[in-house]
Write a protein that binds this ligand. Structure first.
Ligand code: ZN
Length: 536
């Protein structure tokens, strides 16, 4: 909730829905969304008071949802380190994403904050220490010296043990994400077995055709180095390595379990690779169904569906994965086709499964419709207004104008078909219009964005003629209208200040670029030149 700062009432609605579906736990990555005393500088303007949040937790408990707090304890701490006062806690002075695990002040600070979490959350059984994606592990002089004498693995594990011990002493089990110890497993035996491992991977499913090696990325079956084969062979090829057998994409969970850890498997309904307007529905469903099957089978300890709000699209568009997780609990033998049937019956009162085809048309990311292309990141700072203008320059410089223009045209066609299919579908269904309106809005946002990409590239390629100015003005007008509509939809879910910021991330740099091409007559009449605005 560093990114999405939900309104209390909306959160309660979602909690009720999750409880009704049969979920039993909620992990709260609450970040700067509570008025913390340990770190008052990082608190978001719209943050809950402790009393407000305690009331939400009490409601959640009443519904049967056990709360698990999550505090970032090494990486992903931009929301803290971007404040001047905490810069000395950073691993590298030029970065704000990681604490230095060898700085004793870091451990003191995090222990104090952990105690404040325990005070707010009340009696809990487990506590998630985050600890994923510590990209600069071992890079400051102190950490480098330690890692040279011991290892990166020991450096990381020492930090986790230091934070875990006080929790374990209080009878609370610590949790960490699995990526770092899988990347650096050498000293694994030194990690306390009280620590549970949440093994996450969002592009993993049976038949995905590749195996993910932490620290190396995705590899083909014949492309594994000797160390990987030696360490993981028994788990990659539990039935032997022979032609026709694929490596097991869940080998990491089995490896960790065999080393004595309790493992929970974590798919995602929203993650990197999605656009800001719509998810890759089928992709997330495959990841979710296989991860839940694996996590719910012995000896593993369960499964947790994660949703990363940095990708901005609403939970309503993630409903398929959210419900699929529970479908698998209730129908262990059910497949995706059976799930789709039951989903459309429940949501739309029909047997017609075209909903899924239409959602699939919106699944591909395109130019200027993802976080990386719009210039906002986990640090939640404003996106530079000239970000898209600069990206267009970059594309021209790389000589890929033609290729990008073709991709825009392809996306425009797919998104357009998606919209048409949703419209047809909404005439055929017996209920569920509200859900389809969300998809309709997503499709129109994607179409507008693909049109924006097309006109910006065309302007760059052909020079600024009257025809292009007129086209840019039309797309700009469409963008402003859909921005207002999207803002109104978000305002009912997200707190006002953060809604404004999300709109800034989603639209501002594209709007600025279109203003630049459309010229003064295409914009809102006489106002500040966009060029001047862009430089601000
Ligand atoms: Zn360090």
């Amino acid at each position: 909730m560093n990114i999405a700062q939900f309104r209390g009432e909306y959160l309660k609605e979602r909690l009720k829905l999750l409880a009704d579906l049969g979920y039993n736990t909620v992990i709260w990555e609450i970040e700067n969304n509570i008025r913390w005393e340990t770190c008052p500088e990082c608190v978001a303007p719209d943050a809950f008071t402790k009393e407000e949040f305690k009331e939400i937790l009490a409601y959640s408990r009443k519904l049967g949802l056990e709360p698990i707090p999550l505090l970032q304890t090494i990486g992903h701490c931009e929301y803290v380190l971007k404040n001047e006062r905490y810069k000395p806690l950073a691993e590298l002075p030029e970065r704000i994403d990681q604490y230095c695990p060898q700085n004793p002040e870091v451990v003191r600070f995090l222990r104090k904050w952990t105690d404040e979490y325990l005070e707010v959350f009340g009696p809990i059984k487990v506590f998630h220490l985050g600890a994923d994606e510590a990209y600069t592990l071992g890079q400051c002089p102190r950490c480098r010296a330690y890692a040279e004498e011991h290892s990166l693995s020991e450096l990381y594990i020492g930090h986790i043990n230091a934070l875990s011990q006080p929790l374990a002493d209080k009878g609370v089990r610590p949790i960490i994400w699995g990526d770092m110890i899988l990347h650096h497993p050498e000293a694994l035996d030194k990690l306390s077995r009280k620590v549970m491992i949440f093994d996450w991977l969002y592009d993993r499913y049976y038949g995905c055709g590749q195996v993910h090696i932490w620290g190396q990325g995705n590899r083909g079956r014949d492309d594994l180095d000797a160390a990987t084969r030696e360490r993981f062979f028994a788990y990659l090829y539990p039935s032997g390595d022979e032609p026709g057998r694929d490596p097991d994409p869940f080998y990491t969970a089995d490896f960790l379990q065999a080393r004595g850890f309790d493992v929970v498997i974590c798919p995602s309904s929203s993650c990197y690779g999605d656009s800001v307007f719509a998810p890759r529905t089928f992709f997330h469903m495959r990841n979710t169904v296989d991860s839940f099957r694996k996590g719910l089978s012995r000896p593993h300890k369960g499964a947790v569906l994660t949703s990363w709000t940095v990708h901005l699209f609403p939970w309503e568009l993630q409903e398929t994965s959210i419900e699929l997780a529970q479908f698998i609990v209730r129908h262990p033998e059910g497949d995706l086709a059976a799930f789709e049937k039951s989903y459309v019956r429940d949501h739309f009162g029909v047997e017609d499964r075209r909903f899924f085809g239409a959602a699939g048309r919106l699944a591909k990311r395109g130019l200027f419709n993802s976080a990386a292309d719009l210039g906002f990141f986990k640090d939640a700072r404003p996106a530079p207004k000239d970000y898209v203008l600069n990206r267009v320059e970059e594309i021209a410089k790389n000589g890929t104008l033609e290729k990008e223009a073709q991709a825009c045209a392809d996306r425009l066609e797919e998104y357009g078909r998606g919209l048409a299919e949703f419209r047809e579908y909404s005439k055929a269904v017996k209920k569920g219009q509200k859900e389809l309106e969300f998809w309709d809005l997503a499709a129109r946002n994607l179409i507008n964005r693909a049109e924006a990409g097309r006109v910006l590239l065309k302007d760059k390629k052909e020079g600024n003629g009257q025809k292009i100015r007129t086209e840019a003005a039309r797309v700009l007008e469409g963008l402003r209208a859909i921005r207002r509509e999207t803002e109104a939809a978000y305002l009912t879910r997200i707190k006002p200040q953060r809604t404004k910021e999300i709109m800034q991330w989603m639209y501002d740099s594209v709007e600025t670029a279109l203003e630049e091409v459309a010229g003064p007559t295409g914009g809102e009449g006489e106002k500040e030149s966009p060029k001047k605005k862009a430089g601000r």
